[in-house]
Design a protein around this ligand. Structure first.
Ligand SMILES: Cc1cc2nc3c(=O)[nH]c(=O)nc-3n(C[C@H](O)[C@H](O)[C@H](O)COP(=O)(O)OP(=O)(O)OC[C@H]3O[C@@H](n4cnc5c(N)ncnc54)[C@H](O)[C@@H]3O)c2cc1C
Length: 178
């Protein structure tokens, strides 16, 4: 996806500056924002791949899917990770910090104002952080992991005549963390 943009830039630069000097220093041109947004950060990706047990996706298709929510906004992330456990979360934050990459946590991605979008690392917790960790129907208390989908929680609570009282129309996809 980035190749045609990069080529177009090179061609434009070669037409406006002598071949002997970097085009940007002669013309003030730099890669257009779209090309910068699609650029890969291979050393960051390698550190994540080595440091995480959960899956890491850096292909354009996945990044494109996570570049949107239910709004009109679009921001291409560098990478999308699906942390498997707390150790993965800690490692992802540490690696991102070392590389100066911002982190955004994401659930169902149903926000309407671009809240779960970002240029850095997206952590999708809906895949592995979706369990009930404590449940006491008598006391009407439940503790869940943040990636649990609202309807999944209410399906379980319904068996005891209980209900978590939030009713967005996105209940089949939105998570408690979101
Ligand atoms: C058609 C439609 C109807 C809607 N109706 C309602 C409604 O009736 N009521 C309502 O309140 N909202 C509604 N919404 C908005 C949206 O569905 C809700 O806000 C929903 O709760 C978002 O959950 P999510 O899991 O999709 O969050 P996401 O969109 O993935 O994330 C939302 C925000 O929470 C953050 N976040 C997500 N997970 C975590 C985490 N584990 N830790 C820290 N931060 C986290 C994200 O970074 C982001 O800032 C609607 C949206 C649509 C498209």
């Amino acid at each position: 996806m980035s190749a045609p943009i990069a080529k177009a830039t090179t061609k434009a630069q070669s037409q406006t500056a002598p071949a002997s000097a970097p085009a940007s220093s002669q013309t003030g041109l730099s890669a257009p924002p779209a090309a910068r947004a699609h650029a890969r950060d291979l050393s960051f990706e390698a550190d994540l791949r080595n440091g995480l047990e959960g899956e890491l996706r850096t292909d354009a298709f996945t990044r494109g899917r996570y570049a949107t929510d239910a709004s009109i906004y679009q921001i291409m992330p560098k990478a999308v990770a699906y942390p498997k456990h707390a150790r993965d979360l800690a490692a992802a934050l540490q690696i991102a910090g070392q590389h100066g990459v911002p982190v955004v946590v994401r659930g169902g991605g149903t926000s309407q104002n671009g809240q779960p979008l970002g240029r850095g690392l997206i952590l999708d917790l809906s895949r592995h952080f979706n369990a009930i960790t404590q449940y006491d129907p008598e006391a009407r208390r439940v503790t869940v992991q943040p990636g649990m989908v609202l309807n999944t929680l209410n399906d379980r609570l319904r068996k005891d005549g209980l209900f978590f009282p939030v009713e967005p129309s996105t209940a089949s996809r939105c998570t408690i963390g979101g």
